[in-house]
Design a protein around this ligand. Structure first.
Ligand code: HEM
Length: 437
């Protein structure tokens, strides 16, 4: 709901009972599904019980009762505020890192396990330099990464073994996807380094518990040794080559930037697999998307396939909650938001709020093709503002190329009925997508 000044309420405070409801019915189900590493069984249970849809209804109720907010949740020891109004979302994300720090308390607790010096949990003074290095390696802002040729070749090679399948399930998909990710990020020599990505997965699982889990220092040291080996080898055409070669400021720990990329490519796999399901359920769009693949051997921009992936992360955001910490007291519509407030942007709610969005539960790729979605402050699958995902173009290119190669001479059949509203949760782990030549 893009509000006018007349309908805005400014900050309000939820009662203790409503705060408990939000914690139990809205935030707990999202956190329980695994914020840093998904827990497949909990994701499946959440889908069966329709927990994300219930969370949307709860926040709609909260907004009716307390207005557009931000709605403060007076949680003892950790006051929070829910940012429910799109203009406020823009204000918070544009105001990063000052006054709204990206290295929120919960994120620092979680990500210290795998990347204590990564950009995402860097204090404002160190952030700019680390951000510059990330942008340089990831070619932020460029639809085609400088290594697009090499990436497309890797995707073609690793997708080939899927050619004979009649059905693509999660296990088949994710095995190919991780080979792609290891080769793109760490180089061809890392293709089968499962030990490294398994160790990283364990660190992410510990990260799910934020400050409640002790640091796994030995495992982290092992991951760093592995990353160092790959970066020193610097396979041509890999991000590791750029990590070794590009200039970096004195406060940039090069190796510590890499876990975020490997980690983020994992939910990107879920987004890609769900995009395939969306296309399969919408045969006319699937045909249009396949038609844009003109030369299967060359890297291409592929706007329609990118739009399908963007819709996938709009409908099922892989970062359902975007967190910021108010580093200083902020004047907000005449009221004061105290320093230390944890600002919670519930992306999944904003994307699926059927009181304000006609497309809340349907596939709507055109909005990414005509650009309107990029200007919509309610749509933040990649966040927005100075801490917007710097890997956005790279991951969209990787995912769209994967779909192009897979669908080049095949078509996919719907894994769920297309004539009904799209489900609020869609577990990728149990999806099976029939493929025909
Ligand atoms: C579907 C795929 C992806 C989605 C939806 C996504 C989304 C996001 C979001 C929402 C944030 C902001 C988090 C926050 O503010 O707390 C973020 C940050 C980030 N992402 Fe992504 N991401 C994806 C894939 C990737 C990939 C593949 C890479 C690298 C290869 C990457 C690199 C980063 C980095 C380095 C940051 C931290 C930026 C900063 O703190 O300034 N992401 N991403």
């Amino acid at each position: 709901m893009t509000t006018t000044d007349a309908t805005r309420t400014g900050p309000t405070t939820a009662s203790a009972a409503d705060t408990a409801r939000v914690l139990g019915l809205v935030l707990a189900p999202v956190v329980a599904q695994g914020v840093i590493a998904r827990r497949p069984r909990v994701v499946g249970a959440a889908a069966r019980l329709g927990l994300d849809a219930r969370g949307v209804r709860e926040l709609q109720r909260l907004r009716e009762r307390y207005g557009t907010g931000p709605v403060r949740l007076p949680i003892p020891g950790r006051p929070m505020a829910l940012v429910l109004d799109p203009p406020d979302v823009r204000r918070v994300l544009e105001g990063t890192p000052v006054p709204f720090a990206a290295d929120s308390w919960e994120k620092r607790g979680a990500l210290r396990q795998l990347q204590p010096h990564g950009v995402l949990i860097s204090p404002p003074g160190l952030r700019a330099e680390r951000r510059r290095f990330n942008e340089a390696v990831l070619d932020t802002g460029h639809p085609m990464h400088r290594y697009a040729d090499a990436i497309a070749r890797v995707v073609r090679e690793e997708t080939a073994p899927l050619a004979d399948r009649d059905v693509l399930d999660w296990d088949g998909f994710i095995t190919a996807w991780w080979r792609i990710v290891r080769r793109v990020v760490l180089g061809d020599g890392a293709r089968d380094d499962h030990a490294l990505t398994d160790d990283l997965r364990r660190l992410r699982q510990a990260g799910n518990w934020s400050w409640l889990a002790p640091r796994r220092r030995r495992r982290y040291a092992r991951v760093r040794d592995g990353l160092r080996r790959h970066v020193e080898r610097a396979d041509p055409g890999s991000l590791a080559e750029l990590v070794a070669a590009l200039p970096a400021g004195p406060d940039v720990d090069r190796l510590d930037q890499v876990p975020q990329w490997l980690f983020a490519y994992d939910p990107a796999g879920m987004a890609t697999f769900r995009a395939l399901a969306l296309l399969a359920a919408h045969p006319a769009e699937l045909d249009r998307a396949r038609a844009e693949v003109t030369d299967p051997a060359a890297p291409q921009d592929l706007p329609r396939l990118r739009a399908a992936v963007l819709e996938s992360v709009r409908l099922w955001p892989t970062t359902p909650l975007i967190l910021r910490d108010a580093a200083e007291a902020t004047d907000w519509d005449g009221a004061t938001l105290p320093a230390g407030t944890g600002m919670v942007v519930p992306a999944w709610f904003l994307h699926r709020d059927d009181r304000t969005r006609a497309d809340a539960h349907r596939f709507h790729p055109e909005q990414w093709l005509d650009g309107s979605a990029f200007d919509d402050p309610a749509l933040v699958p990649f966040s927005a503002g100075p801490a917007v995902c710097p890997g956005r173009e790279l991951v969209l290119f990787t995912a769209a190329t994967f779909l192009a190669v897979l669908l080049r001479d095949r078509t996919a059949r719907p894994p769920f009925p297309a004539d009904r509203p799209l489900p609020a949760n869609l577990s990728p782990f149990t999806l099976r997508i029939p493929l025909t030549r």
